[in-house]
Design a protein around this ligand. Structure first.
Ligand code: MF3
Ligand code: CO
Ligand code: CO
Length: 280
């Protein structure tokens, strides 16, 4: 089940790779650049901007920093970021749609730096948003951080899922079951799958050197989702709001190291309140 990442083929073989110091160094650089890309885009997320424009800015930022956009041409996807607006759960495709006051959206970026993947997403709000939208974003962020707080050697994957699910459902929201977090490193989507629901003490045991994402999608209404005819865009069946936050991280000897924290703290919800709101 576990293999030394040095000795394993890099493709997804279903084995869970355990990484050493060089991988941590690579993942820190990739994670930081991904976080900085999401920082960069913040002042551009305003009413009237198209999601295609946000994608262009992110692609240019990633390329200008000597990195590659992992999603570009990944399984036929043709963009740098996913832009998931309002009832879009994930994998929203950037395009000519303009953002309007009151929209909330997730921007998800994955960069490749020297072969290592940094994968992270956050919520953004356009102008004033409803209190229920604010609450959903808060609940989703808190669920991510509670899931991450469960990570340490000897804990199990079910402990992460349970921490997320238990909190979300107590807030009368629901956890999406159709998408999960994933191992990552030199492979974008690797073993193991990280479910955002589960039972304490169940599932694979966490070991130092494991690297993966946690990326809960949380709905205000029901958990059911469907994928549109474009083959990518996942939406809530009840058309109610959905939110998501994502970090890339590793299990350490003592707990967890998050690779995708913003150097300026902008990964937290509402970080934009009081921040520069003028895009020019
Ligand atoms: N970044 C997404 C994730 O968290 C994956 C997007 S795949 C794409 O795993 F092809 F849509 F870009
Ligand atoms: Co991911
Ligand atoms: Co992602």
């Amino acid at each position: 089940m576990y293999v030394d990442a040095h000795l394993a083929p890099s493709r997804n073989t279903g084995h869970v790779k355990l990484y050493g110091p060089e991988a941590f160094a690579g993942m820190r650089r990739a994670g930081r650049l991904a976080a900085e890309c999401l920082d960069m885009i913040l002042p551009h997320v305003v009413a009237g901007v198209t999601t295609a424009r946000l994608d262009d800015l992110c692609r240019e930022f990633v390329l200008d920093h000597g990195a590659l956009p992992a999603c570009l041409y990944y399984r036929g996807y043709r963009h740098t970021i996913c832009t998931s607006v309002n009832h879009v759960v994930c994998h929203g495709i950037p395009g000519p749609r303009t953002l309007k006051d009151g929209d909330i959206l997730n921007i998800d970026v994955t960069v490749i730096v020297d072969g290592w993947h940094g994968d992270t997403s956050r919520m953004y709000s356009v102008g004033e948003v409803s209190r229920r939208a604010m609450r959903l974003m808060d609940v989703t962020y808190e669920s991510l951080m509670r899931g991450i707080a469960a990570i340490k050697p000897g804990a199990r994957l079910g402990d992460i899922g349970h921490a997320i699910q238990d909190y979300v459902e107590k807030q009368r929201c629901s956890v999406v079951r159709d998408f999960c977090g994933h191992g990552l490193g030199q492979v974008f989507h690797d073993a193991p799958n990280i479910l955002h629901f589960g039972s304490p003490g169940e599932g694979l045991e966490l070991r130092p050197g494991m690297m993966f994402t946690v990326e809960p999608m949380v709905n205000l209404g029901g958990a059911a989702v469907k994928v549109l005819n474009d083959g990518w865009t996942a939406v809530t069946k009840d058309k109610d709001l959905s939110a998501q936050y994502e970090h890339s991280l590793a299990v350490t000897e003592t707990g967890v190291e998050i690779f995708t924290l913003s150097p300026t703290g902008l990964h937290k919800p509402h970080a934009r309140d009081g921040a520069i709101a003028d895009p020019r």
